[in-house]
Design a protein around this ligand. Structure first.
Ligand SMILES: Cc1cc2nc3c(=O)[nH]c(=O)nc-3n(C[C@H](O)[C@H](O)[C@H](O)COP(=O)(O)OP(=O)(O)OC[C@H]3O[C@@H](n4cnc5c(N)ncnc54)[C@H](O)[C@@H]3O)c2cc1C
Length: 159
């Protein structure tokens, strides 16, 4: 995990705003995410997550630590005749994930194809298109309870 100072965000947001993060880190695992948050807390920094940067307007430089979500991975959890549950990393590209489900014949997410951004951001605003919203397809979301950050803990919230 490498922390960068004064990191340019221009290529990391869809509008291309030329803002800088005071400090910036990419996280690829839960443990790196916890380390990043602990680091920010130890420095009394505010922190924020950035995914694909397709729904943020950077009016000015971002203070504190900006954490780029890059946790990847797709795992089949269970499959029945009518339902398949897949565990997917928050840093996966949303459209690529939808394409992957279709390649594997896991139907349902078609209307949500081509929405920019990451899997982790999808439940934050409940992405939707053509009369469908992602909430209808979410079994559960793993979240960090920021009130329980010392030590950090992950909670699974069922839909
Ligand atoms: C051209 C275009 C078309 C779009 N079309 C649609 C559409 O059809 N339907 C639709 O619903 N939206 C649409 N959007 C909006 C956008 O695709 C969604 O808001 C998407 O979910 C943003 O994902 P992101 O990874 O880019 O999030 P970001 O822009 O990086 O972040 C958005 C917010 O979510 C938070 N966040 C991101 N990742 C996480 C995480 N892992 N954990 C906690 N918080 C997180 C960030 O802190 C920020 O507050 C469109 C956007 C663009 C630019």
């Amino acid at each position: 995990m490498q922390i960068h100072s004064n990191y340019p965000l221009q290529l990391l947001n869809s509008f291309g705003f030329a803002a800088f993060a005071q400090e910036f880190v990419s996280v690829k695992t839960n443990s790196e995410l916890f380390d990043a948050i602990s680091y920010a807390n130890s420095k009394k920094f505010p922190w924020q997550i950035i995914g694909g940067g397709s729904n943020i307007v950077l009016r000015s430089n971002l203070p504190g630590l900006t954490i780029q979500m890059q946790i990847l991975g797709k795992k089949l959890v269970r499959e029945t005749e009518s339902k398949v549950v897949i565990d997917v990393g928050a840093g996966e590209n949303w459209h690529d994930f939808v394409a992957w489900t279709l390649e594997n014949n896991y139907l349902g997410l078609e209307n949500l194809a081509l929405i920019p951004g990451t899997v982790g951001a999808a439940p934050i605003q409940n992405i939707g298109a053509y009369g469908q919203e992602v909430e209808a397809f979410i079994d559960s979301v793993e979240v960090i309870d920021t009130a329980l950050l010392n030590p950090p803990q992950i909670k699974k919230v069922s839909a």
